[in-house]
Structures are given as C-alpha cells and as structure tokens.
Design a binder for this molecule. Structure first.
Ligand code: ZN
Length: 367
C-alpha cells in the first residue's frame, strides 16, 4: 500500500489581484513582486523538494480531473458558480474578501477541488493507504457562496459530497490544523451530524469574528463542530496537547469512516500570517497522531489536503516531514531551522498556561 500525492502544475498558475501582502495596493501602499502571501512558491517548492530528495519516487505521483459542475453544485449554489465562471472568463477579479483570481481561475479552482476529490476516492476505495492533495487555491475559508481568505471553492467539502454521492462513506471527520479558523468548512457542515469538523487555530487571527469554542453547530449538527482557539505563541508541546486532550477524544467519540486533515503549515514559527511556534517536527508528530487515530478507527483511511502556509522557505521542509511520515519512506530532508526553532519554544511557564487554556476548552466542550 502506498501514499498517493496529487498535484497539477496548473494549480501553481493561479493568481490575480493587486495586493502588497494582504493590503490592496494604491494610495500609500506600494505594489510588491509576488503580491499576496498566497503565492505558488510555497507549494511548488514542496513538490520540488520531494523530487530533489527522491521522496517522490516512494510516492504514487498522481494528477486528477477537475471537479465537475455537478460535484461543485453539491456544495456551492449555481448563482455563485455562474458569477465566478463569468468573471473568470472575462479576465478575473474578486467576488469576496481577499480571494482574487485571474482569467481561468475558475478552472484552476475546480482542478484544486478535483485533486482533493480524487485523493478521497482513492483512499475510500482502498487503492492507496493514504493520500496528500497539494491543492491550490486552498479551500477551508470558502463558505458555500462567499470566497475569502485566498479560498475560492471549498475543496474538502466538494470531496466529501462527491464521496457520499458515490456511496463510499457517510461519516467523516475533518481535522483542520491550519493556523486560521476553518470558517468555510464550519459554515457548510454547521447542521450536518455526519461531518465532524474540528479546527485548531490561533485565537483571533483570521477571521476575527469566528472560531470561538462556543460555536458547536446547530440543529442536528449541534455538537459536531469543535473549535479550539489557541493562544498566540503556542508551540510544539501546545499542539500535541491539543491533539491529545481535544482532537483524539473527539475522533474516538465520533468514530469516523475516514479522517481528512486540512493541512496548513502556517502555524510554523516563521510564518508571516501566524504567531505560533510549530516546527517541521511538530507537523510530523501531528501526522503520526492522525495516522494512529485513523488506524484505530477507520483502517488507516486518511487524506491530507493542503491549505495555508506562507513561508516559501520553510513550508517545503514541513511538508516533506509530513510525507515521510505518511509514506514511511526512508528519505529525509533535515530541517535546517530545527536547532534555532527548538530554542524558541515556549518555556515551562508558558507551556503550563497553554495546557490550562486547552484543559478549560476541553471541559467546555465536554471532552
Ligand atoms: Zn491559514
């Protein structure tokens, strides 16, 4: 059994908008090369690194078809898809908040969702042990009809609805360890008791008005949405504690048929859009914990879908560690920042504060 890696060069061609970092250019804001922090290099360099080390030769390297209109319509209303397609055909633009796209952006976004969808199908059909989809643009901020935070279609939601329509599964758990709140995924599955959504994120980062521990879903979905906001500065130990105290007990209670990780690398210590202190070793350990949970609960069925992560230099090393762990391949890419970032981890006093914070949240969540 292998680990499949889904990618497509065209996903690296997505772009658009006149931004300098997260600010629209104009007035006193000078344009910068590269524009938004969500630029192709953070992802392309991960694919390059696994080729350079030879890890790619231990993976099943796969492409995929774009998600079909019928697949997209299971999550996104026709009105949004039509507006997106029309603007994309006309040269690009922006329909929400900080989610610009260029000409053909619609097709690239559908392809990004298609990578996640193909990965989920392969995992559920037991064609592979687990899979990683290098989706771009990312998906977890996009609601059914409001693109935001660089996300234009909700890739994971499209994949889930496709797999359910194929009768491949019903119950799925999403573990979102991107540093930002998975507000789009939360909104889409808000009343759905078959989809457990768990988001670990930096408290009051993005979006500013969602992600509180009190947001637990509604109707039949009440209790199936879990938010664990973490204090800025939490690091390796804090994230492991969050998994042990909240994520793993919630997964055990829910008993999913498959686990999907919304895998952002922006909780890394050098990320420009987060204020956390995770390292490549943190992401490797989180992956191992997710794999063990999947082994225990659902025959190891696990899909990781790439979300954020904005350090062009460090994301590839974090992603490499994750893929080493997923595949068990004897190929390594030693973390060049390991020694420095180890020294920057919170001290025992701050770790105790984070532990108490997580314990409080777990208690509020009944875990
Ligand atoms: Zn993010």
């Amino acid at each position: 059994m292998t680990t499949a890696f889904y990618f497509d060069e065209r996903c690296f061609w997505h772009g658009g908008g006149n931004y300098a970092f997260t600010l629209p250019t104009g007035g006193l804001v000078q344009p910068i090369p590269g524009g938004l922090p969500e630029n192709p290099e953070t992802k392309r360099r991960l694919k390059n690194l696994i080729e350079v080390t030879g890890l790619s030769r231990h993976l099943s390297m796969q492409g995929a078809e774009a998600a079909t209109d019928a697949e997209l319509r299971r999550v996104h209303p026709e009105s949004y898809l039509a507006a997106f397609k029309a603007m994309s055909d006309a040269g690009g633009g922006e329909l929400g908040l900080r989610a610009p796209f260029g000409k053909g952006g619609y097709e690239i976004a559908a392809l990004s969702a298609g990578l996640a969808t193909a990965g989920l199908r392969a995992v559920l059909r037991d064609e592979v042990q687990n899979a990683y989809a290098l989706s771009r643009p990312p998906g977890h901020h996009c609601t059914a009809d409001y693109p935001n935070g660089f996300c234009l279609l909700n890739n994971i939601a499209v994949a889930i609805r496709a797999a359910q329509a194929d009768n491949l599964m019903r119950r799925v758990a999403i573990v979102d360890w991107d540093v930002h709140h998975g507000n789009g995924t939360e909104a889409i599955f808000w009343e759905d008791p078959e989809v457990l959504t768990i988001s670990l994120h930096q408290d009051r980062n993005y979006p500013l008005d969602t992600g509180g521990v009190e947001a637990v879903g509604a109707g039949a979905g009440r209790g199936f949405n879990i938010n664990l906001p973490l204090p800025p500065g939490a690091g390796h130990n804090g994230y492991l504690r969050a998994m042990e105290r909240v994520v793993l007990p919630a997964l055990d209670r829910f008993q999913p048929e498959v686990i999907i990780v919304a895998c952002g690398f922006d909780a890394a210590a050098v990320d420009p859009l987060g204020r956390m202190l995770c390292t490549a070793e943190t992401f490797r350990t989180l992956t191992r914990m997710a794999m063990e949970a999947a082994e225990r609960l659902c025959d190891g069925r696990l899909l990781l879908v790439h979300e954020g992560g904005y350090s062009e230099v460090y994301v590839p090393f974090c992603g490499h560690a994750v893929l080493e762990e997923l595949s068990g391949a004897p190929v390594s890419a030693p973390d060049p920042l390991a020694a420095t970032l180890e020294k920057r981890q919170p001290d025992a006093r701050f770790d105790a504060f984070v532990t108490a914070w997580i314990d409080d949240a777990a208690q509020a969540l009944g875990l």
